[in-house]
Structures are given as structure tokens and as C-alpha cells.
Design a protein around this ligand. Structure first.
Ligand code: RIB
Ligand code: CA
Length: 315
């Protein structure tokens, strides 16, 4: 099983990513970051999901805001608490004393060459860790990112939320040289729970599946209201699947750059999918070397069925 550390901002889809990783990977820890809601809320939500599912994974609090700009939250989708829609248990423990940045560095050094960092919120913690200790880039096996898009955005027409919420941090991560797996909104907006699949969660006997069904219903209602989408998108879960069932998502190698200055495009991931072979032509700008495997397609129904099967194994 792949050793994985999840850096997240729970968040309805983050919550499912934690449940999948805890069963299908060797989940060594969870770090929290600002994003869907305040750091206080995302940390409490991570601990509440662990309490609900009986997970004893360490949780470390991280950065409360981005490197440069102000915070951007997503209460319109995830609610005031960041995880509205169900009665969640009071967390049965506190976060560990270590800051998320120190926790990431400590775990990466301990599991040199083995650890995959799943970055499924704004990338502030990871960028800060890379800046503090550049050796992190050689310690990590890979970084798997939910972020960006090869087509449309969700928080703006051009930008996906995680990148938009801290584009300077994303620029640090994409320039780090760590092998990157990226799944963007172009794929994740089509990969989620349908209404009938939420009902399947309710057929389970476990408390966890019942609470997750309530959360997914809230999340689906929000997607219908805000985007006219008829699925509860499993954005973050798609970042885990290259290390769970790799055949369910197809990727292409591409050069990805982060737009920082565009008045209308700040936070956009500019993915070079031209598949340009000739270099040195001087006619059009030569392609930069690929720095990421970018998701272009997912088998949504099989992926969601696999997620449901996993959630139903919890008590
Ligand atoms: O744009 C989707 C991403 O933003 C997901 O990670 C979701 O949890 C939110 O953080
Ligand atoms: Ca997230």
C-alpha cells in the first residue's frame, strides 16, 4: 500500500478522500489548511471525520491564510462550518502539537522516497515546507494534487478554487521538480455521486455511511443550486485514485504553469496540451518540459462504485 499524507481543507470531498485513503492506502497523517472554510473549521472537521470513522491518524494544523493575498472560502458550497449537512461527532482528540509544515517535513524525512503527499486544498502548507527545507523535493515520492483545470474553472471562469486560493503557493509546488499527478476540475466536475448513488450509501448498516449520505445530499443540493450540476463531485477523491486504482483515471504528461498576474486569469493552470514535438522552430513558443501528469479522463461510475464500497466498510 502507498504511504500517503493528506493535506486538506475539509470540505465534503476532502472527507471522502480521508475515508478512502485510510482504507486503501497507508495513511500516515493528515494536515489541515485554510480553504473551504477557516483553519479552525477545517481542522475540527478533519478530527470529526476521524472520530466518526474511528481513525487514529495524527492531525496537524497548518496555515490559516495564503502566502500573499487574502483568504478565499467556499461557504456557498460547503456551508458555514465547512462541512454542513449532517450531525458530526465532537472530535475525540486534539490536533498534534506540531505545525503541519513541520509534520510534513518530519514524515517525508522519515519515509524518504516512499511518501506521497495528497494536496487537496490550497497549497500553502506544502509550499511553505518546500521553501523551508528544499530537500523535501528529493524526499517525496510524488505529490498528487486536486487543483487547476485544463478547461474551465469553478471559482472564476479560468481558475479552480484550490489554485485560486493561493496561486503563489501552487507556483512553488509546480516548480519544485517533485513528480506531480494533477487532477483538475475538467475531470472532477464529471466525477461524483448521483442521487441514486447517495441512496446506496443509505442501504448500509454503518453509522458512517448514513452520516456521509447526509453530507453528500447537502453537497449535491449545493452543486445543483450554484452550478446546475447534478452530481456531488469527488474532486479530492480523484487525487487519491492514481494510488488506489490507477486504471480509473487517464493522465497525459504536460507542462503546467500558474498564472499569477492576469486580471481575469489569476490562479489559472495553463496546461500545454499541444503535444508539440518540434522544438527550436522559433515559429511558436517552444513547449517547456512537462512537470506534471495531468488527468484528462475518468471512469466516473466505476470510481464512485469503488468509493461507495469503501465507505460501506466503515462501522
Ligand atoms: O475546486 C475543488 C476543490 O476546492 C476541492 O478540493 C474542494 O474541497 C475545494 O477545496
Ligand atoms: Ca479540498
Amino acid at each position: 500500500m502507498t504511504k500517503i499524507l493528506i493535506d486538506c481543507d475539509p470540505g465534503h470531498d476532502d472527507a471522502i478522500a480521508i475515508l478512502v485513503a485510510a482504507k486503501r492506502c497507508d495513511l500516515v497523517g493528515i494536515t489541515t489548511v485554510h480553504g473551504n472554510s477557516s483553519l479552525e473549521n477545517t481542522t475540527r472537521n478533519a478530527l470529526a471525520i476521524c472520530t466518526l470513522a474511528g481513525l487514529r491518524v495524527p492531525v496537524a494544523r497548518g496555515c490559516a491564510g495564503p502566502l500573499v493575498a487574502g483568504v478565499t472560502h467556499a461557504a456557498d458550497i460547503h456551508g458555514k462550518s465547512g462541512l454542513d449537512g449532517a450531525t458530526l461527532p465532537v472530535p475525540d482528540r486534539a490536533p498534534v502539537d506540531a505545525h503541519a509544515v513541520d509534520f510534513i517535513l518530519e514524515q517525508a524525512e522519515r519515509h524518504k522516497g516512499e511518501l506521497v503527499l495528497a494536496v487537496i486544498g490550497p497549497q500553502t502548507n506544502v509550499a511553505t515546507a518546500l521553501r523551508r527545507e528544499p530537500k523535501l523535493a528529493t524526499w517525496l515520492k510524488a505529490i498528487t494534487i486536486m487543483g487547476g483545470s485544463t478547461t474551465i474553472g469553478n471559482i472564476t471562469p479560468a481558475a479552480e478554487f484550490n489554485i485560486y486560493a493561493d496561486p503563489e503557493a501552487a507556483a512553488v509546488v509546480y516548480a519544485s521538480g517533485v513528480p506531480i499527478w494533477m487532477v483538475g476540475y475538467n475531470v472532477t466536475r464529471e466525477t461524483g455521486f448521483r442521487q441514486d448513488e447517495i441512496e446506496r450509501l443509505r442501504q448500509g448498516r454503518g453509522r458512517t455511511a448514513a452520516v456521509i449520505a447526509d453530507l453528500m445530499q447537502f453537497y449535491l443540493d449545493g452543486q445543483r443550486r450554484v452550478f446546475g450540476l447534478d452530481i456531488a463531485p469527488m474532486h479530492d477523491v480523484c487525487a487519491i485514485f492514481p494510488f488506489v486504482q490507477p486504471d480509473l483515471i487517464s493522465h497525459v504528461e504536460a507542462a503546467v504553469e500558474i498564472e499569477l498576474a492576469g486580471r481575469h486569469t489569476r490562479g489559472m493552470t495553463v496546461c500545454d496540451l499541444r503535444n508539440k514535438r518540434a522544438t527550436g522552430t522559433g515559429v511558436i513558443r517552444d513547449a517547456r518540459a512537462p512537470n506534471a501528469r495531468v488527468a484528462v479522463k475518468a471512469d466516473a461510475r466505476r470510481l464512485i462504485a469503488s468509493v461507495i464500497d469503501t465507505v460501506l466498510t466503515y462501522p
